[in-house]
Design a protein around this ligand. Structure first.
Ligand code: HEC
Length: 195
């Protein structure tokens, strides 16, 4: 039994040293300008989700979804998130595919997570990715406003939709309209309308 245990421990030590050697000799891939393999993406996303489920407090958004709060959310999103997650003007982010993993586009494909989930991600960021933690940069009410906007993207009140159109020259997605914004031809058509 003692010999067996010793064997297990020696094997583990060799594996750890091999992994360290692998990394120190420069075999660990560190490039961000490649697509993550499908399997890696699948497991990494499941792990991030599970960690959020385990750690994020189940708090309800302390703010009510008034027109003003949603419009504030749009401004905050534009200033802090659009660079990587796509702007309300529906121009695709030039940086989105330069991260490993890429940053999802929230204008064509908003997250369908509850607000406490999105709030936690915004506040704490995602380790080993390009997603920053915003707790040192944004006030909590501002993070709640952005989480609110993202969860109301397909059910914005008419006044907020008008605010969107007036300020960003494009229309918010209609409920159930999955192609809105994803279809380049749509964008071109809308551009023509405006000029
Ligand atoms: C510098 C680029 C960058 C900025 C700026 C940025 N993000 Fe991210 N974000 C990322 C990347 C890259 C990911 C993908 C991480 C992953 O899939 O693990 C991500 C992931 C996320 C996710 C998780 C998405 C999912 O599918 O679960 C949320 C939510 C999010 N970001 C919200 C925001 C919000 C809100 C802002 C603005 C306050 C913001 N991000 C600003 C790069 C950025």
């Amino acid at each position: 039994m003692g010999k067996f245990l010793l064997g297990v421990i020696i094997t583990l030590v060799i594996l750890v040293l091999a992994a360290l050697g692998f990394a120190m000799l420069g075999f660990l891939p560190t490039r961000a300008n490649v697509e993550p393999p499908h399997l890696e993406r699948h497991f990494a996303m499941a792990a991030v989700d599970a960690s959020t489920e385990r750690h994020a407090p189940r708090i309800t958004n302390p703010l009510t979804p008034t027109d003003q709060n949603l419009e504030d959310g749009m401004k905050l999103y534009t200033m802090n998130c659009a660079l990587c997650h796509g702007g309300l003007d529906r121009k695709p982010s030039t940086l989105a595919n330069s991260f490993y993993p890429p940053a999802p586009n929230f204008i064509s494909d908003p997250p369908d997570d509850p607000e406490w989930h999105t709030f936690y991600t915004i506040r704490t960021g995602i380790r080993y990715s390009g997603m920053p933690a915003w707790d040192k940069t944004l006030a909590e009410p501002d993070m709640w406003k952005i989480a609110m906007l993202l969860s109301h993207m397909d059910k914005l009140p008419p006044a907020v939709q008008d605010f969107w159109k007036a300020n960003f020259n494009t229309a918010p997605a209609a409920p159930g309209d999955e192609n809105n914004g994803k279809d380049e031809r749509n964008e071109k058509k809308e551009e023509k309308h405006d000029h």
